[in-house]
Write a protein that binds this ligand. Structure first.
Ligand code: AVJ
Length: 321
């Protein structure tokens, strides 16, 4: 499967430089931070797939339940001959539900930062849907990118499942929704999965699973830095911390230094105080009203909102005019 590589920088060569620059900037900042998109190397993507199957991690199975349950209603919002553009496609389980419910879809454009994962998944999907034009694009969807020329003239539907939008700061989510409107164009639609504010114990358990998979997922970013940037992080000297911050309506993930220590990264020395943390992820949780107002502020109209019976998760169908 050919993967179109599109980015302002020219992905693979400059991806390394960008990763290096971001890591150095983040680890020399106060408080220390790393971008959540860097979790997803091959090992991190596999660990995330494992997270989605954990008993405590409700979002994936709840969203899949909503999509399956309401597939026909969602499919009716998709116009015949449309091209479906998925932002940050990981596994293809969710999009398969839409493809099955909307057989008139002409093309599927998965956009993902990881070209390798993308090519493999797209090839399998193409085998299962031989009449669908599968056009993978390797790009960082947090920036502006171009769609493949083959989708020109097709009505466009964006698909952004998994509450990945929760990784953005609210102002970044606003910017993303505006950019999606620009990329997809007038009369387009956007189907977005959004995790909801709920009981704090449920939220905390989802990011502190008993099997420790989320801890391994979080710590994996240090393994990646060691391998790709010549770091010497001692994995036993950092611990996974995740908690709900009710004032900000978000789960925060951190890596906490268990001792005062120095770490070498790309020929620099990074000092850590005992107990100091690296902030590695935010996962914002929305109320239905708060997400609707975010979407409207970014120029989208809410056509329908679907939730599960417990109101754990929501799927929003938005339109441009
Ligand atoms: C893929 C961003 C939606 O925030 O729930 C899972 C990532 N982090 N466990 C989330 C994640 C820790 C996930 N998203």
């Amino acid at each position: 499967m050919d993967v179109i590589v599109r980015s302002a920088l020219g992905l693979d060569r400059d991806a390394h430089e960008t990763f290096l620059a971001d890591v150095i900037a983040g680890l020399t900042d106060n408080p220390k931070r790393l971008g959540a998109k860097y979790f997803y190397d091959a090992a991190g993507s596999r660990l995330f797939e494992e997270i989605t199957r954990l008993p405590e991690y409700y979002p994936t199975r709840t969203e899949l339940g909503i999509l399956s349950e309401r597939a026909d209603e969602i499919a009716r919002l998709i116009r015949p001959g449309a091209a479906l553009v998925e932002f940050g496609s990981g596994s293809t389980a969710k999009v398969r539900v839409l493809l099955d419910a909307a057989p008139t879809l002409a093309a599927y454009v998965p956009v993902d930062i990881s070209a390798e994962f993308l090519g493999a998944e797209a090839t399998r999907l193409q085998d299962d849907y031989p009449h669908l034009k599968v056009l993978p694009v390797a790009a960082d969807f947090t920036g502006l990118f171009e769609l493949p020329p083959q989708v020109r003239g097709h009505p466009l539907v964006g698909f952004f499942p998994g509450s990945t939008i929760g990784n953005f700061e609210p102002h970044e989510a606003d910017a993303f929704l505006r950019r999606a409107a620009r990329i997809l164009g007038p009369a387009s639609r956007l189907i977005v999965g959004v995790d909801l504010v709920k009981d704090e114990q449920v939220l905390n358990a989802a990011y502190n699973d008993a099997a420790g998979v989320t801890a391994r997922f979080n710590l994996n970013v240090l393994i990646r830095i060691n391998r790709e940037l010549g770091g010497d992080f001692d994995l036993d000297a950092f611990a996974h911390r995740a908690f709900y911050n009710p004032a900000r309506s978000r789960i925060e993930m951190h890596l906490q230094s268990l001792a005062r220590q120095k770490v070498r990264v790309a020929r620099r020395t990074i000092p850590f105080r005992a107990g100091e943390t690296i902030h590695t992820e935010n996962s914002y949780k929305y109320t239905l009203a708060r997400f609707a107002s975010l979407a409207h502020g970014a120029g989208w109209i809410t056509r329908a909102v679907f939730t599960d019976p417990a109101d754990y998760f929501s799927v929003h169908a938005l339109t441009q005019g």
